[in-house]
Design a protein around this ligand. Structure first.
Ligand code: DLZ
Length: 164
């Protein structure tokens, strides 16, 4: 079903796992920071609502979305978090930078997930316009930061269950 007409972040928060013993990293891109800060607000609220402890959430910033994979790996190596949530916003322009950044970040984060066996969550908006980004960063289409945090929670819980 097309996702253009409903709020993707309408998840059931009661069904998210208890995060009181989980450790998270959040990497925030400074490009389009009006958007990425809203994504961060959504992500951190979702983690805290799931009982994550503030001291167990480590945030770093990177200059742009292209730097998300390296920032995420550096954070992981230093702090051995259970998951890294990567937040960015790339808006389609007139040049091909959009494709290069989107391809590099999606592949970079997937490669990191497989290499380290840790969720590196892709919370990057890839929109045609700033208005579309706003609609997905706390607007009528919800907040991609909330979804990214929910994904991190579910993946960490999944790995925890498998270890039992
Ligand atoms: C250079 C650039 C451009 C044109 N657009 C964006 C964007 O829309 N969103 C974003 O997160 N970053 C952008 N950047 C910066 C690149 O991600 C990167 O920081 C620089 O190319 C330096 O490596």
């Amino acid at each position: 079903m097309s996702s253009s007409h409903h709020n993707l972040s309408a998840l059931n928060k009661d069904q998210l796992p208890d995060a009181s013993a989980m450790l998270f990293g959040i990497v925030v891109s400074e490009w389009n920071n009006e958007i990425t800060e809203s994504l961060y607000d959504g992500a951190i609220k979702t983690l805290l609502d799931s009982k994550a402890k503030e001291e167990n959430i480590i945030r770093i910033n990177v200059p742009g979305s292209f730097e998300l994979p390296l920032g995420a790996q550096s954070l992981f190596i230093q702090h051995k978090v259970d998951a890294v949530i990567c937040l960015g916003c790339v808006i389609q322009g007139e040049t091909r930078h959009f494709e290069f950044i989107c391809d590099a970040v999606s592949k970079g984060l997937m490669d990191l997930s497989i290499k380290h066996n840790v969720p590196f969550v892709f919370g990057m908006l890839t929109t045609n316009t700033m208005d579309q980004a706003k609609e997905r960063a706390g607007g009528k289409h919800g907040n991609k930061g909330v979804e990214a945090a929910a994904t991190a929670l579910k993946m960490v819980e999944m790995q925890k269950q498998l270890r039992k």
